[in-house]
Ligand binder design. Structure first.
Ligand code: NI
Length: 168
């Protein structure tokens, strides 16, 4: 297992939709182990493959950051199939260091995704889990959580984020 460097805002791999995962072989298993290790080391509750520079629609989530068994999720080729309600909370991102912003997300989501073996699964998330699912799926679509902001707020947040990333 290797802790991989996390790429930050400004790197083009974060701003384009990721390629679908088609091969669930040993290379993908090694990548998932590295992503898990990198997420726990950061520490973070979620990590998308493009955050370590890998152009694949793959993300890992663990709201307990490795503290509780059974909380680790792999989502490959995920898509949101249902969303309801609304929540507004402070959000941050390992690829957008030094800033956080309050963003509005659905309160509950249902996500269809493949697991680490390629088996089709359905995951339901509420509250923080819904937020994490939306945040990571956003990455895989080439978006940052800052894209959930609107107009001037979004422009200011991006300016602040780019400046903070340069100072890292
Ligand atoms: Ni993020």
């Amino acid at each position: 297992m290797t802790i991989r460097p996390i790429v930050t805002i400004g790197d083009p791999v974060l701003s384009a939709p990721c390629k679908p995962v088609t091969d669930f072989g040993p290379e993908l298993q090694a990548l998932i182990r590295d992503m898990k290790e990198t997420m726990y080391a950061a520490p973070g509750v979620g990590l998308a493959a493009n955050q370590i520079g890998v152009d694949l629609a793959l993300a890992v989530i663990d709201l307990s950051v490795g503290e509780e068994p059974g909380r680790f999720f792999v989502i490959a080729n995920p898509r949101i199939t249902a969303a309801e309600g609304e929540q507004s909370e402070e959000e941050a991102c390992l690829s957008v260091p030094g800033v956080s912003e309050e963003v509005t997300r659905p309160l509950r989501v249902r996500v269809a995704a493949q697991d680490e073996r390629g088996v089709e699964r359905e995951i339901e998330g509420e509250g923080l889990m819904a937020r994490a699912l939306c945040h990571e799926i956003g990455h895989l679509n080439g978006r940052f959580y800052l894209d959930e902001l609107k107009g001037l707020k979004k422009n200011l947040a991006y300016r602040k984020a780019r400046k903070a990333a340069k100072e890292e």
